[in-house]
Structures are given as C-alpha cells and as structure tokens.
Write a new protein. Structure first.
Lengths: 503, 319, 152
C-alpha cells in the first residue's frame, strides 16, 4: 500500500508541473471539441497531431494524447444528447435517452449528469489502474476467442433489450446489422464478401458512416418534415442543473456503470462499446419502470456514460502493462511512444515509472479539468439549441460531411452516409429501431471472427465454448438473459391476442 | 486559330510548371488509415521534405482494400510530381497476386523514387513451447504435423507469407490462424493459445526483451543490428530466406526524370537527418538496401515475383 | 385479408428481402464449409435465413395485429438532403471545399421550410470560415480549397 502511495506521489509531482498541466489542458479541450464535432474522431486527430508530439517529451506527449482520447468521450456524449449524433461507437447508447431528454427540454440535466457521472467513473477507473493494473492485465489475457465470442453472444442478447418497441423487429434489426457488418474481407479466409466488385467496400462499411447516416441524416430529414418542430426544444428548457430527484435516480446507475465499464474496458477489442450498452441493459432490466427507457430516463444516460468513461480509462491497461493496444487510439499511442524511443510493454512500469505514474496522475487531473470545463459549457450548449433549426441543421450537415469525407478523402463515404440516411428514414417510418442494428453491425464481424477462430484453434470442437469456464459462464448468462427477455414479451403477446379476439 | 494559340499557351504553362516543380503543395498519399507505421513515417518525412522543397507537403490518407485504393489513385494521377504515394510491400508485391482484377501494374505504372523503411520479421514462440532454436521447432513440427498454430496479422501479410515459406522450406505443416492486426495475435501468443508468430521486429522487440516470448530467428538475410544475437533463418538452414516489410515513396509512371531525381535526393536527405533517422530506427528499420530509383524499381520487380509465387503456392486469395 | 399493420407489412417485406438476398448471394458466391470449419458463406446464410424467417413472422403478423397507419413520407427533405450530401462528396475534388460547402448549405437549406437567400448566405459564410480555420488550417486536413484548375 505504501508502495502505491509513493508511486502516486511521484506521479502527481510529474503531472502537476506547469508544462504537463498545460498539455493536459490542451489535450482535453481539443478532445472535447472533436468529440462534439460529429464525424471527426480521436483517431484521426491524434494521428494528425503525432508529428507535434515528436518534439515533446514522452510524458507530455502521452498526457496530451490521452487527454484528447478521454476528452473525446465527454464531447461525444454532448453531441449524442444535443443532436442525436454518436461521436464514438460507445455514445450510441447515450443517444437513446439523452436525446429524448433534450427534446423534453432537459438537455441541461442530461449533460450535467453525464459530466459528473463521467468524472466519478474516471476517478474510480484511474484508481483501479493505479492499484490493480498488472493483475487485471493478466485477467484480460485469459480471454481468448471462445470467451470473446460468448461475451458477444451475451452482448447481442442484451442488445435486444435496448429496443422499446417490438421485440421481433429489434432482433431482426440486430440480424440485419450483423449482416451489414459482414461486408468486406473475411478475416479467416481472406475472401471479399458482398463487395460487388467495389474496392471501397473491401474493408467494409465504416461505423462512422453508418452512424452519421442512420442517426444524423435520418434525424435531420425526419425533423424537417414536422412544420413547427424546433419550438419543442426551446420552449421547454427548464433548469440547467439536475434536480435532487435526478441525482437520487442517477447515483446507483453511475456506480453500476463504473463497475461494468472498468471491467469491460480492460478487454482489448470491443470492451468499451459493450460496457456502455451493457450498463444500459442492466439498468433497464433492474429498473422498476423499464417503459421509461427510450423516452428520457436519466438512468439510461448516467449508467452508459459512466461505463464508457470508465472503459476509456481502463483500456489503457493492456497498453501500459503488456504493450498490447486495446483499440485504434491505443495503437496510435504506442506508435507515438515508439517514435520517442520508448518501447511500450511489460517493462515500462518498472523502467519508466515517471511515465507510467505521471500519466495515471494526469488522468485524474484531466478528468477534473473536463468536469470544470464542461459544466459551464452546458449553458452555452443550451443557448445553441435555441438557434432556429434552419440555421442549425445545415451546420450539422457541414460538420458531418467534413468529418465523413476526411476519413479517406473519398466521396464514396459521403455517398454511403446519404444512403444510410435514406435507409434510416425508412426504418423510422416503419418503426424499426436503428440502435439494435448499429450494435449488431459492430458486434457481428467480431463474433464471427472469434467463433471461427475458436473453432480453428480447437480443431473443430464446438464444446470448447462450454469447457472453458469463463466462456461457459457467459453462455449460461446469455441463456438466462434470453429467457428473462422473452418471458414478458410472450406474456404480452398472449394478452394482445386475447384482446384482439372478439373482432 | 484560336485553338492553336490556346494550345500553345497551355503547353507553355505546363512547361513552366515542370520547370518550377514543386509549384504548389505536394500530396503524399498514405494508402492506410492514420496511425499505422506507414502513416507515421510519412508524417515524419513530410516536414523535412517541406523544408527541402519549399512547398507544403500534405499527408493524405486514402485507406481501403489493403492499400490498393490509395495506390491506384496515385497511379492514375497527373504525373507532375505533386501527387506521391507511400507504396508498400502489400500494395506493390503481395496484393497483385492476392486480389482479383488488379487495377494497376506495380512496376510499370509507377516511378519508384526512394525506399524508406525496411523492417525484418522475427520468429517468436510462446515461452511454454519446448523449443530453444529453429531446429527444435522444425523437429517438433515434423513430429506433430497440424498441431502447431501460427498467428499472423492478416491473410496475405508478411507474417502469414513468412510462415508459408517456412512450411515450404522445412516440409512441415502448421495451421495458420489469421487475426485482425498483430495486437490480438500477440495477446493470444502470450497466453499460449497460438504457438508461434512471425511478428515484425518493432512490435516484437519489447516483448522479447521483457521475456514474454522467445525469439528464435530473424527473417532477413543479414542479422539485425537491434538483435545481433539472433540468427537469421537463412543461417539455420532455410536457405535463401530473406523477407522484410518495406515501403517507400513512389510517383506516377510518367513523372519527369528531373522531378524524380530531385525528389529522391530530398528524401535521402530527409531520412538521413538525425531526428528522422533515429525515429525510423525506433521502428526497427535499418538503412534501406537500395538507394537509387533505378535500383528501387528492380527491387520492386524482384519482390513482386517472389511474393507472387508465394501467394500462389499458399493458396491465399482475396476472392 | 386486410393489412392491419402497414408498418409491419413493409418492415416484414424489407427483412425478408435482405435475408433472402444475403442467403442467395452467399450461397452462389462463397464456400459453405462445414459447421466445424466454417467457410465465408456459413454465417451470412445462417443470419440471412434467420432474418428472412423473422421477416416472415413480422409480415404475417401484419395481417393479424392492428397497427398504426403508414406515416406520410415527405419526399422533398429526403431527396434534397441526400442529394446535398452526395453532391458535396463528388464536387470536393474537382471544385474544392468552398464550392462543395456552398452546394451542401444551399441545397440542404432548400430542403427546409423557409429559404431566404440572405440568411442562408450569411450562414454559409460563417460555416466556410469556421471550416477553413478549424479543419484545414487547424487540423491540417488535406482538403483542396478551390477548383483544381485554379491551382490550390
């Protein structure tokens, strides 16, 4: 214990120097900005800023880049709540209830709970990194393809809980998302699937493009149909700050979300996304008023936000302790470190304690800066919402288009975004929800990849999913969840049929 | 008559442009997503080139199809020296054999200006595997055919093809397990779910030093100065084994000779400068083995033949 | 037989369509493999089949369970917004950011209700200045500003 304390002291002494504070501030501000702007994400930004980091010390570089990363999580939730645009895959869930809260004039409390919940989650997660990074990394290593597959099955079953409408249609949307995710190169065989000879499809359709189309463009088109729509937003803006009731309802979800996010963030590949909607599903299932979810329940905002910020912090663990990047951003940071001549890996903790502990301490500092930055900004965002929609939506389109185009400087991406906008619009009209589709879209290829890899490694033995304890655990949990999910639906259907009969 | 005059004017303008190269910002296309090693090296190079050329050098990412989209884009661009590409082993040696209906010729549609990075792969095995040398591994593989799994970052990657060549030269059978990138592959290697991997030196080195994996040999013909204690596969009996991952600056085929030469000189200066050289070394890259555009072209031709053959024999196909 | 729920009717058809297409295409073009060594066609056929099945359930259900009528589809915003985005993408390389953004702003503004030239132009000017400052100068995104034949 004393060890950790002295390490933390070392860390803070590094993090609180003026220059490192400055870089942390730059990082989080920049991160928030790009998180808010739809389309441009932390990956592209960090890549573009890499050359600047060459002239900085490794600690400063890492502090700034990390700040951009978790700052983007804060910013991403802002655009999810205000304009239904998920900046990161993990913010998709925040759109569900957050945007609805904004439509009810409660954007202020939603944003505030996000900021506060994220801050709490960030602090706890950083504490976890400080105390338990190496053992947690070992746990992460225990997850092989079989375990990932089973976890994702659980995740997919949970995805159906997201829907607040017809269960069958939600499952169908998940399946459709799964299929769309399969477009591209099949990892296990190298074969190009569903690309119809179009080279741009050989790496599949990007998540950003689908999300921007189905959530962003579709929403704009739908809004433009209503005549006097924007008055809804501005007329009912009540307090900027959450009420006592909000806090009461939100604190437990934040705790649960933090726990879930901290754990799932450790898993390289898909952890952070699973954590945010896992948190949402959990809250919806244990809530006494599940029907409120999808219509502006604050628990549906607090839990996922806490989860995804906790996940963002703990996703540093595999990178810092094992040198294995959990996602594209971590890979970039590893690149940045390697250019500096530091080989991230198991030795970094011992050989470069200032770097390791300085970064951890700086995460606290960064989270603190973010909450201080974001809370006052809420007032500004609310003001922004009062701008007449006819000015707002072309602006949103411009930012979306720039962001999407900048992905590969290829007009193809913008075209696909427009196509998904049309498709999303149709889905809204037919009451088919986009969120389950997006989740299927992301999880699908991962699931298949892990399924086939697990089968390859076990030389074709399907029992491998049940003989491995962790994997078996998830499969059992999925079955249980499936039953829990299906039961009320079955009961309801029986009631419905009962009511319909007299005709 | 008007057209003749206009045509003449246009020709003069073009000539003036050629004399005054570069006349506007130069776009260095990276056919991969931002953040990867090719992208990072391009971003290292760009500011130095900018100094030398006197015009902004902008890195433009055009990812997709394993790099083919970006490479094709530049192959079909105006050959005025303002659009360049970081052509890599993938785009110019492996993919032509891997993908159907290939849209360009890697040798004839490009001027190969300068090779920048060459990184060897290293054969690493899980610590619990009872082998201490390449000979041990070959013996184990022969004794239990089809039992060993080797991981790679993707089908058709150098890691995969190195494994295939290894199997061919040693007459062994190991199962190829492809991953999406070398990071998840490394994770499974640590955990022992796969047994071995031909990882690139830069990523593998920290793991080797930390003792998380055991290194057996490097894939280049010459020993690497980063791990001089490691034998080459060629030395251990796999004659002729010489594989590196490489990339360099290329331009469209009809780019004028003076432009190519000036560019080659500037790039050579850039990578010789202290900070860039150091950072490239940090990626595991030693000084490139070919120095002139002509040699580079010959190099690409050779590589293209070797990998074309390898891909064909391994049966890997992106279709 | 009366269609009781038009939304479900069309949704069901949509799902059946996607599912059937996926199955057919995968079956015709890729290897199935076996359950223990799955080929690239396995998952698509499986999923496509499930999707088509669920689609059929939804479709049949649309004759049994009452549902709200199909909402009106307003073509104008749909077409104009989509066209605006597509034009932006394809105009960017030949004509540059300034013109592409103009196309996007004006065409999408047309898709709205009130279109006043002066307002839209002011909005456009603000947006293009912001875009150039933040994205091109700030983040050094390689967008061409002006049409190609004018040089960059």
């Amino acid at each position: 214990m004393g060890d950790i304390f002295s390490n933390l002291m070392l860390g803070f002494s590094v993090a609180v120097t003026p220059i490192h504070l400055l870089y942390a501030l730059i990082g989080v501000m920049l991160g928030t900005l790009i998180g808010v702007l739809p389309g441009i994400g932390p990956v592209a930004t960090i890549a573009m800023l890499l050359p600047i980091t060459f002239n900085l010390s490794p600690v400063a570089a890492l502090i700034m880049l990390a700040g951009i990363y978790y700052g983007a999580q804060y910013g991403g939730s802002t655009s999810a709540i205000l304009v239904n645009l998920p900046g990161e895959s993990a913010s998709v869930v925040t759109c569900l209830d957050g945007y609805q809260m904004a439509r009810q004039g409660r954007a202020g409390p939603a944003l505030a709970i996000c900021a506060i919940g994220s801050f709490f989650a960030g602090c706890v997660a950083t504490l976890i990194i400080a105390t338990a990074a190496p053992p947690l990394a070992e746990v992460a290593l225990k997850f092989g393809p079989a375990e990932y597959f089973s976890l994702m099955v659980l995740g997919l079953v949970a995805a159906t809980v997201l829907a607040h409408g017809s269960l069958i249609k939600a499952i169908a949307m998940v399946l459709l998302g799964l299929l769309l995710g399969l477009i591209g190169t099949d990892v296990n065989s190298g074969v190009l699937r569903f690309t119809f000879g179009i080279p741009e499809l050989s790496d599949g359709i990007g998540f950003v493009v689908v999300a921007m189309g189905m959530f962003g463009t579709a929403e704009i088109i739908t809004n433009l149909e209503l005549k006097d729509k924007r008055e809804i937003f501005t007329a009912k803006v009540t307090h900027l700050f959450p009420t006592k009731d909000d806090f009461k309802r939100a604190w437990a979800p934040v705790l649960r979300g933090t726990a879930l996010g901290s754990f799932l963030g450790i898993l390289p590949g898909g952890g952070a996304l699973l954590s945010s909607f896992g948190a949402y599903t959990l809250e919806k299932k244990i809530s006494r008023h599940p029907e409120k979810f999808g219509k502006g329940a604050i628990e549906g905002v607090a839990a996922p936000e806490a989860a995804n910020n906790a996940g963002a912090q703990t996703s540093f663990i595999p990178m810092l302790t094992l040198g294995i990047p959990g996602n594209a951003v971590m890979a970039l940071m590893i690149g940045a470190l390697m250019i500096q001549g530091i080989a991230p890996g198991p030795q970094v903790m011992n050989e470069k304690p200032q770097l390791f502990w300085g970064l951890i301490a700086s995460m606290w500092v960064g989270n603190f800066m973010l909450v201080v930055l974001n809370l006052p900004l809420i007032g500004m965002w609310i003001k922004l919402l009062t701008v007449p929609y006819r000015y707002l939506y072309p602006s949103i389109l411009v930012f979306m288009a720039i962001g999407v185009f900048s992905l590969s400087n290829n007009p193809w991406d913008v075209l696909v975004m427009a196509v998904f906008g049309i498709f999303g619009y149709i889905c809204v009209k037919l009451e088919c929800e986009p969120a389950p589709l997006i989740l299927g879209f992301i999880l699908g290829p991962l699931m298949e990849e892990n399924l086939r890899r697990a089968m390859l490694l076990s030389r074709g033995d399907p029992m491998t999913f049940l003989t491995k304890p962790i994997s078996a655990g998830f499969i059992v949990a999925s079955l249980i969840l499936l039953v829990i999910v299906a039961l009320p639906a079955l009961r309801k259907k029986r009631e419905e049929v009962f009511v319909e009969e007299p005709k | 008559m008007r057209f003749v005059v206009l045509g003449a004017l246009w020709a003069i303008v073009q000539l003036a442009h050629a004399q005054a190269w570069p006349a506007r910002p130069v776009h260095l296309v990276v056919p991969y997503a931002p953040g990867g090693p090719v992208d990072v090296s391009a971003r290292l190079l760009a500011p130095k080139l900018q100094q030398g050329l006197g015009q902004p050098v902008v890195v433009e990412n055009r990812a997709g199809a394993g790099g083919n989209i970006g490479a094709e884009f530049v192959a079909k661009s105006a050959p005025d020296g303002h659009t360049l590409v970081m052509g890599a082993i993938a785009t110019h040696a492996i993919n032509p054999a891997l993908y159907p209906n290939f849209p360009y010729d890697p040798v004839r549609d490009f001027r190969h200006v300068a090779l920048i990075v060459q990184v060897p792969n290293v054969l690493v095995v899980n610590n619990d595997l009872p082998v201490k040398s390449v000979q041990d591994l070959v013996a184990l593989a022969k004794a239990s055919p089809g039992k060993l799994d080797f991981a790679s970052g993707s089908t058709g990657s150098t890691g995969h093809l190195a494994g295939e060549l290894f199997k061919q030269l040693t007459g062994t059978y190991m199962v190829h397990i492809p991953y999406k990138g070398s990071a998840p592959a490394t994770a499974d290697l640590f955990a022992g779910r796969v047994h071995l991997m031909f990882d690139n030196l830069a990523s593998a080195l920290p793991n080797i030093r930390a003792g998380k994996v055991r290194a057996l040999a490097v894939t280049t013909a010459k020993r690497s100065s980063f791990v001089p204690e490691l034998a080459t596969l060629d030395e251990t009996g796999l004659k002729g084994f010489d594989m590196t991952t490489w990339w360099g600056v290329m331009a469209p085929a009809k780019t004028p000779q003076p432009v190519v030469e000036r560019l080659a000189a500037e790039v050579a200066n850039a990578i010789a400068s202290a900070d860039v050289a150091e950072r490239l070394r940090a990626m595991g890259s030693e000084a490139p083995s070919v120095r002139t555009p002509g040699d580079f072209t010959a190099f690409v031709e050779r590589e293209r033949k070797v990998y074309g053959e390898l891909v064909r024999r391994s049966g890997a196909k992106a279709d | 037989m009366r269609i009781k729920s038009p939304k479900d009717f069309w949704a069901g058809l949509m799902f059946i369509g996607f599912g059937a297409f996926a199955m057919a295409w995968a079956y015709a073009n890729y290897q199935m493999g076996t359950a223990v060594r799955m080929g690239p066609a396995y998952f698509p056929i499986l999923l496509g089949g499930l999707l088509a099945l669920l689609g059929a359930l939804v479709f049949i259900g649309s004759f049994a369970v009452e549902g709200p009528p199909l909402p009106h589809m307003n073509m104008r915003p749909l077409v104009l917004i989509s066209v605006a985005c597509v034009v932006y993408g394809y105009v960017m390389k030949p004509l540059g950011l300034v013109i592409a953004t103009a196309c996007l702003v004006y065409i999408s503004a047309f898709g709205g209700h009130e279109f006043k030239w002066k307002e839209v132009t002011i909005l456009y000017v603000i947006l293009i200045i912001f875009s150039v400052l933040v994205f091109v100068k700030g983040l050094t995104l390689p967008f061409p500003l002006w049409p190609a034949f004018l040089g960059y």
